[in-house]
Design a protein around this ligand. Structure first.
Ligand code: 0X9
Ligand code: ZN
Ligand code: ZN
Length: 304
């Protein structure tokens, strides 16, 4: 049955979400992002305890094989709804949470059924026998610029034949636009490498106007995580300067749409297990993420 001592399938996650909507009808609402290429419904949850809260958007499992991200997102949802901890109650009740545990539903199903290390979507390419586009290169934000994505359909970072060629990404972009005026923070959950990556992804030579704020908020997250007994270290900075040039990613799109605090969160580990992180690390990783998010939001409040 569903839990955090092992990884769950898409069907298990959806059945658990259905239970959550039944147990917590007053403060939860199903959100429908759209339909995947293979016809699955991309579902999420809005958690809201009162009117007028600032919004936080969490996108998870856009990359199919990054299973720790949806395990963490579901654990986080459960904490928001059921924890008695004062700090957790505070963030649960004073923000509106938009959480999509599995965005790349087709790819995620494929990692459970056929290929554990699949990354991309599952839509065929008309000009190639290779399948799938990197969904985190498919947003219309400096799309395919500066070598930040590949034009080879067989590459893991193929940007697609055009921006929003992937129905999952078109749907995500439309949904994000519909709520962006109410959302102040976007976190895109990925693994692995233990990094907090802010805009920009498309060039290491330019930085956002609020880059100092983005560094300060990321430092608060990293310091809070490192202070836990696990001592896990996160590094931070702009995606292109810290990691590599990557254009068309979710957090850069969110930033372009006016969500000024927008990170890619690369969770555990640093490569010992990589994408195949053993289930024993789900709860430690999730605890770190929760503590990091509490620190991030508190640092954002200081920015005013
Ligand atoms: O390459 C990616 O999409 C992310 N790394 S992963 O190993 N999870 O695939 C990093 C993306 C960071 N870059 C931008 N946000 N632009
Ligand atoms: Zn550009
Ligand atoms: Zn990823």
């Amino acid at each position: 049955s569903f839990g955090w001592t092992r990884y769950n399938t898409l069907a298990e996650i959806e059945a658990w979400l259905d239970e959550i909507f039944i147990i917590y009808p007053a403060v939860t609402e199903e959100i429908i992002i759209g339909q995947s290429y293979e016809g699955r419904t991309i579902r999420g949850i809005k958690v809201s305890y009162k009117e007028g809260n600032p919004g936080v958007f969490i996108e998870s499992n856009i990359h199919a094989r990054e299973w720790i991200t949806s395990a963490t997102a579901t654990w986080f949802i459960n904490e928001l709804l059921s924890s008695d901890d004062e700090l957790i109650r505070e963030i649960a009740e004073n923000y509106d949470w938009y959480i999509v545990p599995v965005l790349n539903v087709d790819g995620f199903a494929y990692t459970h059924e056929k290929d554990r290390l699949w990354r991309k979507t599952r839509q065929p390419i008309s000009t190639s026998s290779c399948i799938g586009t990197d969904p985190n290169r498919n947003f219309d934000v400096h799309w395919m610029e500066n070598g930040g994505a590949s034009s080879n359909p067989c590459a893991e970072d193929y940007g697609g034949p055009n921006p929003y060629s992937e129905p999952e990404i078109k749907a995500m972009s439309d949904y994000l636009n519909s709520v962006s005026s109410k959302v102040n923070v976007l976190l895109a959950f990925h693994s692995y490498s233990q990094l907090l990556l802010s805009p920009y992804g498309h060039t290491p030579d330019e930085f956002p106007d609020n880059y100092n704020d983005l560094l300060q908020v990321a430092k608060a997250y990293a310091d809070a995580v490192e202070a836990l007994p696990y001592g896990t270290v996160y590094r931070y900075g702009s995606a292109a300067s810290v990691l590599y040039t990557a254009s068309g990613a979710t957090n850069d799109y969110a930033y372009q749409q006016g969500i000024e605090i927008a990170y890619t969160v690369e969770m555990r580990d640093r490569g010992a297990f990589g994408f195949v992180l053993p289930p024993a690390f789900i709860i430690p990783n999730a605890e770190e993420t929760l503590v990091g998010i509490i620190a991030l939001l508190s640092e954002c409040e200081k920015l005013g």
